[in-house]
Design a protein around this ligand. Structure first.
Ligand code: HEC
Ligand code: HEC
Ligand code: HEC
Ligand code: HEC
Ligand code: HEC
Ligand code: HEC
Ligand code: HEC
Ligand code: HEC
Length: 438
């Protein structure tokens, strides 16, 4: 069962190139991809104004064509640097109007080595990380298995890896903007990562909401400059352009042991952040509270997993692994179907074509579990209580549903008519349709 296109299938469609990543041969980029991943997809636009222009000419003409961009640029440090030379339109896009470039992180890095170097160095911590975010998204199994309209938007957030205007947006490129929580919230929101809700409900966030409008955001994120921390204050400590050097629990998808030597080092880094304003011992105790919350959450999650495993071993979950369409490139699943319970290569995608009870578990794990994790990480006590209420309710629902499946199985057996779906799920139109449209 392969959906690989023959090598020549794309040839002849001149404008159409293949996508990138593990499944690149199975999807084609839309026009927006040239913005989100310019290094891979941007090609000079030949239909544009012709000529080579000086900085003054760019500004002159663009003051009429794109006045907002010119105004933003005029208010930026690139227009009036305290040191170094003015960086005008041609400094980032080039001067040949038919060979314009959209700057990549490396282009910015030509002048901002420190930030670019820190950004790349983040890779050593593995996933999740900003530097690897694009790779992670395009390599997700569901990236080519879901309707294109649903997955194209992934890259708007995951482009944090492939351009530098995520936190300080073009064309202001303002450090002050990036220091505010709003700079992160465009991406760090929604049920699997409710960083917005959890932060804004914390003591820090409430104080930011009450007073932040009056703070002087031109000050760097250093001890003494801000009364309470914002996202970047904590995660990009001292303006360090990476977010992964302190993360123990990371995205929150797996049980972790906070006591390994490596994690103890990370924890010390966190305590040092809190110690800008709190007693170190108090901070250590708060962070232990996070570990305690995680332990309690995993206890509930493991109980749900046990329930699923036991149903699986009694053959009461349908579709069985071999009865659902394998993901592209997972052809071996046709011969060696694998059970998907619990952490599965970090891939939410593993839970789109599963039975109802497995989906219930997924929601418990991905939404209830991660919501309560972020509440604990960010000091939103009510969020933790609510998260655990939901975890317990979901576990109860799973237990009840398991009981029903057992009763159903017993009735089928008594009737001598075990349920056989045949190829019902394998030949469903959903997967094939999506794959054709990608
Ligand atoms: C040709 C060199 C050059 C390039 C290319 C360049 N910059 Fe700059 N950048 C500067 C200079 C010079 C300053 C002003 C430094 C100063 O005032 O001390 C600056 C300042 C900044 C600031 C600080 C603004 C503030 O509010 O303090 C940010 C953020 C920034 N650049 C981001 C970027 C990004 C993102 C890119 C790529 C899209 C980029 N720069 C490309 C030279 C460059
Ligand atoms: C510091 C680097 C830098 C400078 C200076 C700069 N740009 Fe940009 N520009 C960018 C980046 C980054 C993007 C976004 C590209 C992407 O999305 O991949 C962009 C995108 C654009 C776009 C297309 C997308 C949009 O925003 O709608 C236009 C048009 C543009 N720039 C014009 C200009 C003009 C005109 C000037 C001079 C006033 C200028 N740029 C100066 C970095 C710069
Ligand atoms: C004579 C007018 C004129 C001059 C001079 C000019 N541009 Fe443009 N530029 C345009 C027009 C018109 C567009 C198309 C805008 C649109 O589609 O909305 C454009 C588009 C762009 C884009 C967006 C390209 C894209 O693919 O989206 C960038 C970036 C850009 N110009 C940068 C520059 C730079 C840098 C200079 C100076 C080297 C410059 N322009 C000089 C008129 C001009
Ligand atoms: C354009 C979208 C975008 C913006 C803006 C953004 N992020 Fe992220 N961030 C992501 C994505 C996507 C990931 C997950 C990457 C992956 O798949 O590995 C991520 C991951 C992270 C992580 C997880 C690192 C780890 O090791 O677990 C932290 C922490 C983080 N971001 C903090 C921030 C902060 C703080 C800001 C604002 C200053 C911010 N982000 C702004 C998209 C964004
Ligand atoms: C609203 C912005 C946003 C959108 C849209 C988005 N993501 Fe993410 N994604 C994030 C953030 C933020 C994180 C990291 C959260 C954290 O560490 O707490 C993340 C994490 C991930 C991770 C986990 C990284 C790891 O290694 O643990 C994967 C995989 C992922 N996203 C894939 C996708 C795919 C595929 C899509 C489209 C279906 C998508 N994302 C859509 C923001 C987004
Ligand atoms: C996750 C959000 C985020 C991303 C992505 C990001 N920055 Fe920044 N950037 C910030 C924050 C926050 C500050 C302010 C730091 C401080 O106050 O010390 C900043 C400040 C800067 C400054 C000004 C530093 C100074 O000391 O004045 C430069 C230059 C800069 N960034 C360049 C870049 C470049 C180049 C990239 C891409 C490799 C990039 N940034 C990507 C958040 C980000
Ligand atoms: C007081 C410091 C602080 C502030 C402010 C803060 N966080 Fe966190 N954040 C943490 C801690 C502590 C963790 C859990 C770290 C661990 O052990 O993995 C965490 C976890 C995360 C994670 C999961 C990856 C990781 O590093 O573990 C993301 C993503 C994240 N925060 C984003 C944000 C965003 C976005 C904001 C602003 C809306 C924010 N944080 C505000 C301290 C902070
Ligand atoms: C820049 C200073 C600053 C940093 C850094 C900081 N905090 Fe705070 N924190 C405060 C202030 C100020 C308050 C009190 C807010 C209020 O109620 O007005 C507070 C309140 C709290 C509270 C609520 C306490 C209570 O008694 O209700 C917790 C929990 C907390 N912080 C945890 C942390 C942790 C954990 C870290 C590090 C990951 C951290 N803080 C980093 C300034 C900071």
């Amino acid at each position: 069962m392969l959906w690989l296109l023959p090598a020549g299938a794309l040839a002849g469609m001149d404008e159409k190139v293949a996508g990138n990543g593990l499944y690149g041969h199975l999807w084609q980029p839309d026009a927006v991809h040239e913005y989100w991943d310019p290094e891979t997809f941007q090609r000079p636009e030949k239909e544009l104004v012709e000529g080579r222009f000086s900085a003054a000419e760019c500004l002159d003409c663009h003051a009429g064509v794109t006045p907002g961009i010119v105004k933003d640029w005029q208010r930026s440090r690139h227009a009036a640097p305290s040191q170094g030379q003015t960086v005008a339109c041609d400094g980032c896009h080039g001067s040949d109007h038919q060979a314009l470039r959209f700057p990549t992180p490396a282009d910015c890095g030509a002048c901002h080595q420190r930030q670019h170097g820190q950004f790349l160095a983040e890779r050593r911590y593995g996933f999740p990380s900003h530097a690897l975010a694009m790779t992670r998204a395009v390599n997700s199994k569901h990236f080519v298995d879901k309707p294109k309209a649903e997955v194209t938007a992934c890259l708007q957030c995951h482009s944090v890896a492939t351009k530098c205007d995520s936190c300080h947006t073009r064309h202001r490129f303002s450090a002050a903007e990036a220091r505010r929580p709003e700079a992160c919230l465009t991406c760090h929101s929604g049920p699997p990562h409710p960083d917005d809700e959890s932060y804004l409900a914390s003591a820090h966030g409430r104080r930011y909401l009450a007073e932040g409008a009056g703070w002087d955001w031109s000050k760097p994120l250093r001890p003494g400059n801000y009364p309470v921390p914002t996202c970047a204050y904590c995660h990009l400590r001292n303006g360090n352009h990476q977010v992964a050097d302190k993360a123990i629990w990371k995205f929150g998808l797996r049980q972790r042991n906070p006591r390994t030597a490596e994690n103890q080092v990370k924890r010390k880094r966190w305590i040092a952040v809190c110690a800008d304003c709190h007693e170190a011992a108090q901070a250590a105790a708060w962070l232990q509270g996070l570990d305690g919350e995680r332990k309690a959450a995993w206890k509930l999650l493991y109980r749900a997993e046990d329930e699923l495993r036991s149903l699986r071993s009694d053959d009461l979950i349908h579709p069985r692994p071999g009865q659902r369409p394998p993901y592209p490139l997972d052809w071996w699943e046709s011969f060696w179907p694998r059970v998907r319970i619990g952490f599965y290569e970090g891939q939410a995608s593993a839970f789109y074509n599963v039975s109802g009870i497995e989906r219930d578990y997924f929601e418990m794990w991905y939404f209830d579990g991660l919501g309560s994790y972020k509440a604990a990480a960010h000091g939103d006590a009510e969020g933790v209580r609510e998260g655990h209420r939901r975890l317990r309710r979901s576990l109860q629902g799973i237990t009840e549903r398991a009981r029903e499946l057992r009763a159903l199985g017993a009735r089928e057996e008594a009737a001598g008519a075990p349920f056989d779906p045949g190829r019902l799920w394998l030949d469903g139109p959903y997967s094939d349709l999506n794959r054709e449209q990608n």
